[in-house]
Design a protein. Structure first.
Length: 156
């Protein structure tokens, strides 16, 4: 018997073992790796929390106006401030997105109608139509001495 054939058989066994190890590692990696949709959902949730936290703060400076704002916040003394709400409503949408530091679209409405200049509004932002990857975050606050729920929707 020749030893060449035995060495060749041993090489095939080693190569097969390496191949199976690589395939197993690749399979485990793809199962445990979060997909693109999961990453988008996490991004939406992060930006939604960021937006909600910003809205339910006094903002910066604390008595900000449309001409002097670095962070939008709607509360004064832990109550929704009508002046800040009106200033926010009148800011251009692209500017508000950059001030919030978000890349997704948003729409904010409440359980009771918000009033701007004495008229009720449906909400602030862009109303989602045929949106995908849409999330909704709800926060409770006080508006005109009544508890309301602010609903914040973010989507792609």
């Amino acid at each position: 018997m020749s030893k060449k054939a035995q060495a060749w058989g041993f090489d095939v066994i080693i190569a097969t073992g390496i191949f199976l190890f690589g395939m197993t590692a690749f399979f485990l990696y793809t199962i445990n790796y979060p997909g693109e949709e999961q990453q988008k959902l996490e991004d939406l949730l992060y930006e939604g929390d960021l937006l909600a936290s910003s809205l339910l703060s006094p903002g910066s400076p604390e008595n900000w106006t449309a001409q002097l704002v670095s962070k939008i916040g709607l509360l004064s003394n832990n109550v929704l401030d009508q002046n800040k709400l009106e200033e926010f409503y009148n800011l251009p949408y692209p500017l508000t997105k950059s001030l919030f530091g978000i890349k997704y679209n948003y729409f904010i409405n409440s359980s009771q109608p918000l009033e701007i200049s004495g008229a009720g509004i449906a909400g602030i932002g862009i109303i989602p139509e045929n949106s995908k990857n849409n999330i909704k975050i709800s926060r409770v606050t006080i508006y005109k001495n009544k508890p309301i729920t602010l609903e914040i929707q973010l989507w792609e």
